[in-house]
Design a protein around this ligand. Structure first.
Ligand code: GLV
Ligand code: MG
Length: 323
């Protein structure tokens, strides 16, 4: 079970993940541009957006891009291939040996058991020990098939390196043999289903993530020419409690960041809750109240998270003193 607070890395850093821009690691120009688009996290992909014949070149670009590009406050993330493919071990060894000190998290796709996550964590332990790296690369697991969803709790609890679970809607739909209605994800209406057909997996993954103290990140909205659908899809997962969403195109980032930013009034209330908590603590008072209402432990935890998120957003908006 993870001991850190939701959203915190092993070293206690809060990572902002409102938007995660995915970019194929074999396209070096796209990789360089991706860092300038305002995403909280950029994920260099070695998996499904890279054809099998280009995996080696993509690893090379990733190994150079982490240390050499100016990432600033953007979280540096690498998606390896699935642990049941012949590519995954080389993805880890080749990229992390060279660039591990410059990588914040590794994303494990098609996660279908806790053992797979433990295996990645063990390999990282060995690479970090052998190369004298400080260590502490975090993990994110994409749950995107029937097996993974059945074992989502086990996956969520598998390693103290885990920081987030991600719902991979495209592969999940395919794994369940849902008839495809395009690549858009769950913002689409489905006239044939009287309810929200993604509610169960979205909720189940969120619960497992929260029980393990992890962030929950939603899949991308594939149709980047449909801003209304994107907005609807973001609002849906934000309403459930998700922390952020992937973006497959830079034009999606503004909407995703906006929807997953807490309201200022929310932040103000959370700040006052923490003030009331601090005040009560210094006076040795057990009961905390704000505006005549009792504040429970869960509200304090949420208040901490909202304030941490807000402060990271503010930091990100401050101009870099070096520019
Ligand atoms: C992401 O990997 C997805 O399958 O949606
Ligand atoms: Mg996928």
């Amino acid at each position: 079970m993870n001991q850190q607070n939701m959203g915190e890395s092993m070293h206690g850093t809060f990572r902002l993940r409102r938007s995660v821009l995915t970019v194929p690691a074999n396209k070096d120009k796209m990789v360089a541009k991706a860092l300038q688009r305002g995403a909280d996290q950029v994920m260099l992909d070695l998996e499904d957006s890279v054809p099998p014949g280009e995996k080696k070149g993509a690893r090379e670009i990733a190994a150079r891009s982490f240390p050499e590009l100016a990432w600033g406050s953007v979280t540096r993330c690498l998606r390896i291939n699935g642990m049941d493919t012949p590519f995954a071990y080389r993805d880890l060894v080749d990229v992390v040996e060279r660039a591990g000190e410059h990588i914040d998290t590794v994303v494990v796709p098609k996660a279908c058991s806790g053992a797979q996550i433990e295996a990645v964590a063990m390999l990282l332990d060995q690479i970090e020990a052998n190369t004298g790296q400080a260590g502490g690369i975090g993990l994110e697991a994409i749950v995107e098939d029937a097996q993974g969803m059945l074992r989502v709790e086990e996956i969520a609890m598998a390693s103290s390196r885990l920081e987030a679970l991600v719902f991979g809607v495209a592969d999940y739909g395919a794994s369940l043999r849902m008839p495809s209605r395009g690549a858009s994800g769950h913002g689409e209406e489905d006239p044939d289903y009287p309810g929200h057909k993604w509610h169960y997996p979205l909720s189940r993954l969120l619960m497992a993530a929260r029980a393990a103290g992890l962030q929950a990140i939603d899949a991308p909205y594939g149709d980047y020419g449909d801003p209304e659908g994107l907005e609807r899809s973001c609002r849906m997962s934000a309403a459930l409690g998700y922390d952020g969403k992937w973006a497959v195109h830079p034009d999606q980032i503004e909407t995703v960041n906006r929807v997953f930013t807490p309201d200022e009034s929310d932040y103000e209330r959370c700040r006052r809750i923490l003030e009331a908590f601090e005040h009560a603590r210094t006076r040795g008072e057990g009961v905390i109240s704000l505006d005549g209402e009792m504040v429970d432990a869960a509200s304090i935890r949420v208040a901490r998270e909202v304030c941490a998120k807000w402060e990271r957003i503010r930091e990100k908006q401050r101009p870099d003193p070096g520019t």
